[in-house]
Design a protein around this ligand. Structure first.
Ligand code: ADP
Ligand code: MG
Length: 457
């Protein structure tokens, strides 16, 4: 859907963004508006409904995977031999005496849209990944939706805009977990990186948690938790308060564990009864290796009711071990070799989160040639999703650029379980990130993608 680019309207959107907290620090740590798209991405109602309806099923799947220690250990053990980050997480995971009755997931299921082979006008969602840790932009995407409401209210497009407020859903889920924990003098401990470009997205959640539920948040790095935190009678004590919930907006990458103290902090959280979003188990369940294993229907059926298997699998693209046999264009060979012969058809992924870690095209070929057999299990190969392109006007640091783009849609899901009882499991809103079609990676803070909203065709 195309917006009229009227110069004074453009300035108005930027002013709106700045006034309403649609802001971040750029890579030079200057305060700028978050990159956004002028007009929402249009999608048919049935595709959106399909993705939204899958959120509780995927939440449930992740919960089941996270509670299966044999499964996680079996499939991540190999990767942990050559990947010291996975090894560190596994060692905390395996030493834990499982006393925590709660599992808490604040997740996001990310998809790209491809054309249906039989009906080119029909789009199908294909899963990029399911994020179980530090899902970002609940606040910024809510604010961006306000911007689009403001801009298009009096135009036909305004009626088609899909209203979006993942922030409330996430904050309410955290409040429910705090209430379940049931301690009168408690707080939420938010784990953060020391210099965070995306701090306002986190602040937005903190303030809402206070305004709506009168729950205070304490922000700390993992290292600070090691220094200032203590475990008393199972409770995680922070500045004299009980951390009922620990919400990790860091801890997903090796850069967050540069000192032994950072590992100590994570260990302390995990060994306490604080309800952690996520636990180490849930973080491991979100690994790309686990995503690859679950594309096998024989394995998936151990975690998903029969009637949901097809619907879930329909969103998957092929994911492979580097040393498995693959067939492409009449050629049969090791996946590693096939990917080198068809580099534009695959993505090579290590067990990392946070954007900018994957290998595409010739970079992928180069790495595939240099990897030793022992290093293979730390990576998976994923078929490249050939996402449908569309035109969009991107607004980045005050400048507009109209270009051919692809959009990635994430469904935020919240889930809280106490042992076998599911207390909450629902979809709470969406994220759209739109990027120029010639960009491989997709992060907003990394500078690749722009925030967007949806409108229904
Ligand atoms: P991360 O955990 O680092 O966010 P992702 O798996 O989400 O890793 O990949 C990062 C970005 O790379 C995605 O947002 C998407 O833009 C692109 N990407 C990932 N997988 C694929 C794929 N199979 N096909 C095409 N693009 C992909
Ligand atoms: Mg991602």
């Amino acid at each position: 859907m195309k917006a009229k680019i009227v110069p004074n309207r453009l300035q108005e959107t930027i002013d709106f963004a700045l006034m309403n907290g649609l802001i971040k620090f750029n890579t030079s740590f200057q305060l700028v508006h978050a990159p956004f798209v002028l007009a929402p991405y249009s999608l048919s109602k049935d595709v959106l409904e399909k993705m939204v309806s899958l959120t509780p099923s995927f939440n449930d799947l992740m919960l089941r995977v996270a509670s299966n220690q044999d499964f996680l250990t079996n499939y991540l053990e190999q990767a942990s031999l050559t990947d010291s980050f996975i090894k560190g997480l596994m060692s905390i995971y395996l030493e834990k005496k499982s006393t925590q009755p709660y599992q808490f997931l604040l997740g996001r299921n990310d998809f790209m849209m491809v054309e249906d082979a039989n009906y080119p006008k029909k789009l199908q969602p294909k899963q990029v990944e399911f994020n179980t840790i530090s899902v970002s932009f609940p606040y910024l995407s809510t604010q961006l939706n306000h911007l689009h409401q403001f801009m298009y209210e009096e135009q036909p497009l305004g009626k088609k805009l899909v209203l979006n407020d993942p922030l409330t859903g996430i904050v309410d889920a955290i409040a429910l977990a705090v209430q379940q924990y049931g301690h009168s003098d408690s707080c939420v401990l938010q784990i953060v990186q020391p210099r965070e470009q995306n701090i306002f997205d986190q602040r937005g959640g903190e303030y809402k948690l206070w305004q709506k539920h009168r729950i205070p948040t304490i922000r700390m790095t993992l290292e600070e938790v090691a220094k200032e935190g203590a475990c008393q009678e199972g409770h995680l004590m922070i500045q004299g308060k009980v951390a009922a919930v620990t919400y990790l907006r860091a801890g997903y990458s090796p850069g967050d564990y540069q000192t032994p103290d950072a590992w100590k902090g994570r260990r302390l959280i995990e060994s306490s009864s604080s309800i952690s979003a996520p636990s180490v188990a849930m973080q491991l369940a979100g690994m790309k290796k686990i995503q690859q294993v679950l594309t096998d229907p024989k394995i998936l059926k151990n975690f998903v009711e029969q009637k949901k298997i097809q619907e879930i699998s329909d969103t998957f693209v092929g994911m492979h071990l580097l040393d498995e046999m693959l067939h492409r264009n009449g050629q049969s060979d090791l996946a590693q070799k096939i990917a080198c012969d068809f580099p534009d058809k695959y993505v090579l992924k290590p067990q990392r989160e946070g954007g900018g870690n994957n290998f595409f095209d010739q970079e992928m070929v180069k790495l595939l040639h240099s990897l030793t057999k022992e290093e293979y299990p730390a990576y998976i190969l994923m078929e490249r999703i050939d996402a449908k392109e569309h035109q969009a006007v991107l607004v980045v640091e005050g400048k507009i650029q109209e270009t051919s783009c692809i959009s990635e849609i994430g469904c935020y899901g919240v889930c809280l379980a106490k042992e076998k009882d599911i207390l909450l499991n629902q979809d709470v809103g969406y994220l759209v990130r739109t990027k120029a079609a010639d960009q491989n990676e997709g992060g907003v803070c990394a500078g690749y993608a722009c925030l967007n909203s949806l409108c229904i065709r």
